[in-house]
Design a protein around this ligand. Sequence first.
Ligand code: SAM
Length: 225
Amino acid sequence: MRSLEPQQTLDGSGTYRNPELGELYHTKSGAVTESIEKYSKPLKVWLKESPVILDICFGLGYNSAAAIDLIRSNNNNSRIRIYCFENDTRILEKALDASPGFESYSLIQRFVKNFLEKKEAKFVDQNVELVMLFGDAREQIRNVKGEADFAFLDPFSPGKQPELWEKELMQDIYNALSEQGSLATYSFARKVRDNLESAGFKVLPGPVIGRRSPSTLAFKYKKTL
Ligand SMILES: C[S@@+](CC[C@H](N)C(=O)[O-])C[C@H]1O[C@@H](n2cnc3c(N)ncnc32)[C@H](O)[C@@H]1O
């Protein structure tokens, strides 16, 4: 396996380039900005009491950290549970050295360290429960049954990783979400929206951050902007 190459993004935060796919783990316009603005913020994760989140394609864990920070900074001190889906230990190892500036990042790092060094998949501290579902997200998703409130879907691009944007995974995410569940993803590709809709989601455009097209929000219930 080749090593990941560090890359600075335009908001000053760091990410990596995956050498096999030739793609960054975040948008070059800003890794931390992307994780806050495209996932937790548009889904308003802090409004839910005891939120359960699916962080699909966890990587450096920025999306989870942004969620914890936003929930806590909005005075929501309830229990947070995050199921983290990842299949590559190389990027988890990089999380141990990253310093993206999230308040909660040391929690993420202790969780990842325990997973890598002691094979402990579950970590609980400060009323936050983090669960590593290591392996192919398309299989691991079936271990979560209708209990999640939010899903962050953050694979490499549909062009490089089409298998993670297929209807089948969208359907399994739909089933893993509760009746009031919602999803955010950075891609606004037609095929992505079509697959989300055929899985049963109602799809809306998300914010425009660092690129010309919006991201995508998907809801199990009817919602208008
Ligand atoms: C675009 S990056 C996401 C970055 C991440 N959200 C972060 O904050 O760093 C995609 C991630 O998905 C992981 N991945 C790729 N295929 C996967 C699969 N089949 N199952 C689970 N994770 C996968 C990659 O290893 C990578 O970490």
